[in-house]
Design a protein around this ligand. Sequence first.
Ligand SMILES: *[C@@H]1O[C@H](CO)[C@@H](O)[C@H](O)[C@H]1NC(C)=O
Ligand SMILES: *[C@@H]1O[C@H](CO)[C@@H](O)[C@H](O)[C@H]1NC(C)=O
Ligand SMILES: [Zn+2]
Length: 236
Amino acid sequence: MNDTRHIVTDIGEIMWKCNLTVVLILVVCKAICDGRKDIQNDHKHWKADIDGGRLMNSVVKACPRVVTREEWGARPAKDRSDMATPVPFVILHHTDMPECFTFDDCCKMMRSIQDFHMDVRGWNDIAYSFLVGEDGLVYRGRGWDTVGSHAPWYNFRSLGISIMGNFTTKLPNQKAIEAVDEIINCAIVNNKLKSDYILYGHRQATPNRTCPGQALFDMIQTWPHWKPGNHFPPKQ
Ligand SMILES: *[C@@H]1O[C@H](CO)[C@@H](O)[C@H](O)[C@H]1NC(C)=O
Ligand SMILES: *[C@@H]1O[C@H](CO)[C@@H](O)[C@H](O)[C@H]1NC(C)=O
Ligand SMILES: [Zn+2]
């Protein structure tokens, strides 16, 4: 009698331990699976960013996270034109508007720049290919494959990258500068930008501009792909 009760208790204990083990295994498995799902989702984002969602089998290498239009709350473009890639130029801008240092503020800034470009300037969409915030993130503007409206003539043959802020007397922070470097490298590795590309500040590409601000313009003159002189569009 005593023995039987003992055995029953032992079995109960063994079963309880088994259940605990099963629960533990399930929890660990779920954590691993969720992690993998996040990685896959991120990877999908990058793919959509690099090819506008059209070439889903292309391999995306060496890219920073690019905040999607959906994430920053973009309005749809009124219209768009295809741009042939790889392009030979990067035109660097500042937005000449307030800086932003957090994801929420930069998303808000993206929306107000887009409103300004579409409603006041009358353009199809936010002017630039990509923008960069001092939160260290790259924000998708028109992306890789769409003609911009940031610098006449160059719109058809450049990536227009703009750092959000006014950098006339101060420089963007290190995070923003690194993000510019990363999106340029990503463009080269994925054949959206020629590896021997030429970098100009906007004021070298369009007459009578103060963009990018003087402090930032001084800085890019130390970057390896920058070329001196004005290179305004050829007379048509
Ligand atoms: C940008 O900063 C410069 C220097 O501080 C200032 O003169 C200029 O008005 C600013 N631009 C805007 C749009 O506020
Ligand atoms: C640029 O500004 C100068 C005066 O500084 C003016 O003579 C010229 O017409 C302007 N060019 C354009 C394209 O607006
Ligand atoms: Zn500019």
